[in-house]
Design a protein. Structure first.
Length: 268
């Protein structure tokens, strides 16, 4: 069983969730890279696709796009990188690592087989019945895939993995942090004001420029994490240190010029 860590590395954008004692590998979160963002955005074509900022942050995100985009990300990284699960997202929120002003998707919630999106809700509750999953269900992107077909969107979310799946009483307890609905299947996200919503955003393919995913979770070695820390030190401290050293050099030159000018004047 993985050892829980759940700690931010101070003064970085890195957060470590756990470590597997058998393999020594860490599960952690970091900002998405520009290459990852561009590669994923280039693979998404449904409903206008996705955009990527210069930093790689994906925008125009929706629930349905998030499902297929996460599958693309996992495929291109051999399953080593994924969009944060619901539980991981809550930990990142508590650590102050999720930006305000953006709506960030994490998956779906299934309350029962009613509206909204009754067709999809009934398909998912039937899967729950077959698999023995108690309702409600919180399904992260890692739990989901899309099947072609469906009256409303042309695609239907399906549960394909228990990875990132929260069910029954555990889901009910988790939902205490959310604005909740009471029926059907709904978008699950963190709102732009920092509130967690599993009730109001009922359109699984609604999107806007503010709908974003800018962080990923990953698995890697201690060496990998140390390299990431070193990279952030370079970005956050070494560059600033070089700038300050240049400013100090300029101040020293001004000081010498001042002293030289004073000596010249006083000896005139």
């Amino acid at each position: 069983m993985a050892k829980t860590i759940n700690q931010r590395i101070a003064n970085t954008k890195l957060y470590v969730f756990s470590r597997d004692p058998a393999t020594g590998l860490f599960t952690y979160s970091r900002p998405i890279t520009p290459d990852e963002g561009r590669d994923v955005a280039g693979q998404i074509t449904i409903n206008g696709g996705l955009g990527a900022t210069n930093e790689g942050v994906l925008y125009n995100m929706s629930t349905l796009k998030g499902i297929v985009a996460n599958r693309a990300l996992m495929k291109q990284t051999g399953g080593k990188v994924w969009f944060p699960t619901i539980s991981e997202g809550l930990s990142l929120h508590d650590a102050g690592l999720l930006p305000k002003g953006e709506l960030m998707d994490f998956g779906i919630v299934v309350y029962n087989g009613g509206n909204p999106d009754k067709e999809i809700a009934q398909a998912l509750t039937e899967t729950a019945r077959q698999k023995g999953y108690a309702l409600p269900i919180l399904a992260s992107f890692t739990s989901l895939d899309l099947n072609i077909g469906g009256e409303r969107y042309g695609f239907t979310p399906v549960i394909v993995s228990e990875d990132g799946l929260i069910t029954g009483t555990d889901a009910t307890d988790t939902l205490k942090r959310f604005i909740t609905g009471d029926s059907g299947v709904r978008r699950l996200c963190r709102g732009r004001l920092g509130d967690w919503d599993a009730g109001w955003y009922v359109d699984l393919d609604g999107f806007g420029e503010y709908c974003r995913v800018g962080r990923v979770s990953a698995v890697g070695s201690e060496k990998n994490l140390r390299e990431l820390v070193s990279s952030q030190i370079e970005q956050n401290y070494n560059a600033q240190r070089r700038k300050l050293e240049q400013q100090m050099q300029s101040l020293r030159e001004q000081e010498r010029e001042c002293v030289a000018s004073a000596e010249k004047v006083l000896k005139a």
